[in-house]
Design a protein around this ligand. Sequence first.
Ligand code: PMP
Length: 351
Amino acid sequence: MSRFFSSKHKNLIPYTPGEQPKDMQYIKLNTNESPYPPSIKAQRYSSEAAQLLHLYPDPQCRALTEKLAQNLGVEYENVLVTNGSDEILNFAFMAFCDGEHGCVFPDITYGFYSVFADVNSVPYEQIPLNEDFTINARDYIGINKNIFIANPNAPTGIALSTAEIERIVKSNSDNIVVIDEAYVDFGNESCVPLTKKYDNLLVTQTFSKSRSMAGARLGFGVGCKELIADLNTIKYSTNPYNINKMTMAAGIGVLEDEEYTRANCKEIIKTREYTVRELEKLGFILTDSTTNFIFAKHPKVSGSEIYQKLRENGILVRHFDKKEICDYNRITIGTYEQMKTLVDTIGGIVK
Ligand code: PMP
């Protein structure tokens, strides 16, 4: 730490992204990326846009936002695209939370929420999950604080129903409810349609998972036009050109090729089901994940040992040290071939 670092950040513990080691070629199942390349259209549009990189991108992201709004069945004014969904989540903390308007989220969830709260000096409370790792929707009814829920949750992979989310949103009408749908495309219904009914609901999604664009950094939020206007105020007060030209163009390509995204999701769901079946045969206990990752523990071999041995065998998964979940590993669903290698390798480890 330099002697210039603001004292307000001196206790800040930053988010730790999944490791990206370069010492050897790994099967990378640790950051929930798609195993499939971006749509050909996205690749073509983005390389065409590269020829115009001497110019600033459109700060309104008009073409991309219009296309996205059309695909989502909402209006242009209801959508804000951002540099990954991490950015819209941070914007939401900046726009809607402060010392008087604290927030709540589950104690086991996406690790960035507490970091965003800390960096923005927002007080927060973490609500324990049920013993089976499900979120108890009743805990959030009328809680009278801003709420952040990943649905499906991470790293457990378990989802709340749209009806439960609606009850939470309805009962907290004087607070913002942010539903982070980073993984919604792998078997769940989106709450985007509810944004037409509730002015306190912000739904966020990402192009990083189902849309194969983690490297381009593109996410978005959907809400009533007043919420989006507030978030735009934050955007124009921090980084008006938050989406670069190549990403913007690639995003349009992806949205013109939704069939490709749907087919990839279908394949990932099928591969997830295969992986769950095979790991259960090996004695693993898994949560009911409806995402592009699974969350698994073995009754006889510790989570950290499985993580370490997989790593030695060239397979990266994500292990969290947190007490409640340290027996588990979060394993991204890759291609069928990658998951077959995982199953064979893990079989050798637990035998
Ligand atoms: N929400 C959740 C629950 C996530 O797991 C992630 C990915 N790490 C994100 C949001 C952010 O993803 P991105 O910034 O790539 O859109």
